[in-house]
Structure formats: C-alpha cells, structure tokens
Ligand binder design. Structure first.
Ligand SMILES: [Mn+2]
Length: 306
C-alpha cells in the first residue's frame, strides 16, 4: 500500500501578494464555511478507510530567512528555504513514501523538485516527468517581476542573476516538462517555450482536443517514456471566474471536474512519486468553495475518487 506524507511549506513571500499567515493551517483547520478541514479528513481516511497518510508538519521560516527577506535578498531567502524543504522531501523519499507538499507560493517547487531530481534522477539514474499545471509558465528568466513566477527558470538553470546556480545533475531538462492549462505568458516565456520546444498543453490545445483526450495523450506519453512522474499543481490553473483565492486568478482555466480528473489520472499511475499544491490563499477564499476543492484534489492523490 502506498504511504503519503503531507509536508507544509507556508512560504508566501515571493508572489505579488505576500502573507505571513500560515496558509497550510488554513487548509488544515475545520471551518463553518466549507465544513471541511484537511486534518479531520486525514483522520477519516486513515481510521475509516485504512489509508496511510501522515502530516509531517511545516517547514518554517527561520530567523535567517526572515532577515534575508527583510534586507531584500529574496534569492538567498528562497535558496535557504528550498534547501530545508529539499531535506524534508528527501527524507520522505528515503522512507519509500509519497510526499505531498502544500504551499506556499510556487517558488517552493524549487525545493521539492530539487529533492525529486536528486533522489530519482541523480542517485538512481531514472527519468522523471514534471507535469506543471498552471495558468502561467513560471519560466521567467529575467530579473523583472516576482520569484514565484520563476521556479522553472531557476530549476533549469536559466536564471543568470545573483549567483543563482543549479548543480548540473539535478537541473530539469526542457524535454521533461509538461505544461497543462497555461494561458498567460510573458514575451520572454513565450519565446523560451518555443525555442526549447517544451510540451505545452495550453488552454487553446485543450479547447481543440477536449480535456479527456489531452489527459489520455499525456498519460500515454508519460507511461511510455518515463520512470517517474511528479505533479506540480498551481491553484491558478483553475478557472479564475470561480476560483479566485490566489494572488493571480486568471479567467478561462480548468473546471473543478477537469482538475479532479487530471490529479486522479496522474496519481493513480504506479510511476507517480509526489506532488505540490501551491498558491491557494485561504484568506481570499470568501465562500470556502476553493478550500473544498483543494481538499478534494489532495484526497484524489490519496486515491479517493469523488
Ligand atoms: Mn505557478
């Protein structure tokens, strides 16, 4: 039976909206808007359904990281935070478990993916596919704008600033990235995606072929060409006309059903090794609908279809 670890990464310092509130706790707590909380739900799944899910708690921001942020050394703050998160995720892999990291803004993927590439690609020589579900490409390799829009540029070692340098053997290759739901690119990102020929199942592609066919296409390719699959799910991939609880909601994205189907399809593969869920901000979730969906998506990773 698969065992799952929940790792909290409440690092929301590098987006265009930042918060010191613990966004992961917001998801854990039961509230009277959505009537659902991740902590209670874990109990239901473990006690009544026999699932193996452990909440390992949070990777907190140290004083050093806070100081780096206060003195505007954001790259350094991210590097430090990502390193600590990386160790935590690696521990989970060493125990043969599946880490599900809950952010935090998308910059936390710098930690989770470094761990994934170190453990599977560098140490075991395996091929890992990264499925990046997002309204944005997060491959901004310019100095402009916020670091939460750059994790893939950082992980691919395309960011030539502030001594940022990824070890070559855990760098992500352009060929191994699979975008889903992208619909808001910066010019330099558009050029990079074309130049590097990154697989981009954007909303126009999904519109043309239909979501189910795209998921089938994706899974056939991943099952054929890869040893492992990692999922990085940005909340803003969802349709921003309904799901607005993030810094950068964007209209015209995935429906709740599509997102559930996608997460279910990926996580039910034997090749699935871990996931991030990022950018959700409980304090912007007036109706609680987004929280209900986030818990459902995570529940789908554990193998429960609903
Ligand atoms: Mn993102």
């Amino acid at each position: 039976m698969k065992g799952f670890d929940i790792i909290g990464a409440p690092f929301n310092q590098l987006g265009c909206v930042t918060t010191d509130q613990n966004t992961v706790d917001g998801l854990r707590e039961l509230d009277d808007k959505s009537w659902v909380g991740l902590t209670d739900w874990i109990q239901v799944r473990t006690q009544r359904w026999g699932a193996d899910i452990v909440d390992l708690g949070d990777v907190i921001l140290t004083t050093d990281i806070k100081n780096a942020l206060d003195s505007d050394h954001k790259d350094k703050a991210l590097m430090d935070y990502a390193n600590t998160l990386k160790s935590k995720v690696l521990e989970s892999y060493h125990h043969g478990r599946i880490p599900i990291t809950i952010g935090g803004d998308h910059s936390i993927a710098v930690g989770t993916l470094q761990a994934t590439m170190a453990f599977y690609q560098q140490q075991q020589g395996k091929k890992v596919a990264i499925v990046w579900v997002d309204a944005h490409a997060d491959i901004n390799n310019s100095l402009d704008s916020n670091l939460h829009g750059k994790p893939l540029a950082l992980l691919m070692n395309l960011y030539p600033y502030n001594e940022w340098n990824m070890p070559a053997d855990i760098t992500i290759n352009a060929d191994d990235i699979y975008y889903i739901g992208v619909r808001d690119l910066m010019r330099n990102e558009y050029d990079l995606i074309n130049e590097l020929n990154i697989t981009n199942y954007d909303m126009a592609f999904i519109e043309k072929y239909g979501f189910n066919a795209v998921v089938q296409m994706l899974m056939e390719k991943l099952e054929r060409d890869y040893d492992h699959i990692y999922l990085s799910f940005d909340y803003d991939a969802l349709d921003g006309s309904i799901f607005r609880a993030c810094a950068t909601p964007n209209v015209g994205g995935l429906t709740a059903r599509e997102a559930l189907h996608l997460v279910d399809s990926i996580s039910s593969s034997d090749k699935f090794v871990g996931a991030d869920f990022v950018e959700y901000m409980p304090e912007l979730d007036d109706s609680g609908v987004s929280k209900e969906l986030m818990v459902k998506l995570i529940d789908a990773v554990w193998g429960f279809r609903s």
